[in-house]
Write a protein that binds this ligand. Structure first.
Ligand code: SF4
Ligand code: SF4
Length: 393
């Protein structure tokens, strides 16, 4: 007689606990959480089944589970769980373990998983930009050179054409390729479940993609359906506003970067579109960049305040949450202060802070596929998938 044996994935279970899902053993399967979740549809409830799979160490089930990506981490289920098993944290931990293990080299995901890996994550770009600084300082005749007119120009050391542009372009496009591979892998893993979950008519992907982009990403409207529960983060700033401000800030800064790159490289062929850096403070692209930077700081401030105000009994922030917030804060603060020190003519501080800025920006781009930022792409993939297969959420 054939026997179906459960095969617990011990490594997955261990990673899940380390990522913040250590309370799952308290679960006694009452299913209150699945009823409490404002987002789970009646025909495909969660997070109870995820709690069962997590307790049994069924990593494969969780890896191919589309529902872990649909959870918006509102904490309602944790608020109402009678056992304090914190299902919201378990769902969040499951997502973290899955995306950190999704693409090669998986070693980077391991380094991202705990503070122990931080020295390597910082050390690599710190050594890279220090090496460039030393080489260029030898060529420029000093570590803190000035332009002919006495002004501070970062390009005297971190020359755009031969250092910043090629390094960031290669890093960024490599990260994008890896994220696309990760999203495709995830899509493929959903498929057996997806066929079972068809509730309505299958819809064309472009309709669904537009709906998801508009409703879920640009205006984050799902957060209104998934308000914070009775205890979790009651007094914290609204997540919808902070997420929307951050998404728009990223869009503005990405647009500005693209325009400057086009003006710089395109200007070599069509001089009329050439953009010189550093730009004047009154130049429209610079004004837009400053608006984007301000929005970034406001959005980050709101998100950080929310994380600090969470009710720790029912919802915690993981290392991955703080890592991403820390890197983006460093990018924003060093970007703003390198500009302030440059305008204030503090040459040493300006170059040092700009160096830190380059280290942080490289970390943001290079480790993107294993960071919580890529999680937005993977969530988009899952939302697209369920909509295509007939679910509205
Ligand atoms: S996580 Fe809590 S609410 Fe959900 S099934 Fe387990 S004990 Fe019940
Ligand atoms: S955290 Fe919110 S969205 Fe996620 S499973 Fe719990 S109740 Fe549902």
């Amino acid at each position: 007689m054939a026997q179906n044996a459960l095969k617990p994935d011990i490594a997955f279970a261990r990673k899940l606990q380390e990522a913040g899902g250590d309370s799952l053993k308290k679960c006694y399967q009452c299913a209150t959480c699945a009823v409490a979740c404002p987002l789970a549809p009646a025909g495909a409830p969660y997070p109870r089944k995820e709690m069962v799979w997590a307790s049994w160490g069924l990593g494969d089930k969780l890896r191919s589970d589309v529902d872990i990506w649909l959870c918006h981490n509102c904490g309602n289920c944790s608020d109402l769980c009678p056992r304090g098993a914190n299902p919201a944290d378990v769902m969040s931990a499951a997502r973290t373990v899955v995306y950190q293990d999704l693409v090669e080299p998986k070693k980077v995901g391991e380094l991202m998983a705990s503070p122990k890996g931080l020295k390597w994550l910082i050390g690599i770009p710190a050594a890279l930009w220090a090496f460039i600084w030393v080489i260029m300082a030898v060529c420029a005749g000093g570590f803190f050179p000035r332009a002919e007119d006495g002004s501070i120009v970062f390009g005297k050391i971190f020359y755009g054409d031969y250092t910043i542009d090629p390094i960031f372009m290669i890093t960024f496009f490599a990260a994008v390729i890896l994220i696309i591979r990760g999203a495709m892998k995830l899509w493929k893993s959903f498929q057996p479940e997806g066929k079972l979950l068809v509730i309505g008519k299958k819809r064309p992907w472009w309709h669904c993609a537009w709906d998801v982009l508009w409703e879920e990403i640009i205006f984050a409207s799902r957060f209104d359906e998934c308000e914070d529960g009775p205890k979790t983060g009651k007094a914290a700033p609204g997540r919808r506003v902070s997420h929307t401000v951050l998404v728009w800030a990223f869009c503005i800064l990405a647009f500005v970067t693209a325009v400057v790159a086009l003006g710089h490289w395109g200007g070599k062929i069509f001089p009329m579109i050439e953009i010189h850096t550093p730009m004047r403070q009154t130049f429209p692209v610079k004004i837009l960049a400053n608006i984007g930077a301000l929005m970034l700081v406001i959005g980050l401030g709101m998100l950080t305040a929310r994380r600090l105000m969470l009710n720790k009994k029912t919802q915690r922030s993981s290392w991955s949450d703080w890592y991403l917030l820390g890197v983006i804060w460093t990018v924003a603060v060093t970007g703003i202060f390198s500009q302030i020190f440059r305008l204030a003519d503090c040459v040493h501080l300006a170059f040092l802070v700009y160096y830190l800025h380059l280290v942080a920006v490289w970390m943001l781009f290079a480790y993107l596929p294993w960071s919580k930022l890529a999680h937005a792409v993977y969530r988009f993939t899952a939302l697209l998938y369920v909509r295509m297969y007939g679910r509205s959420k």
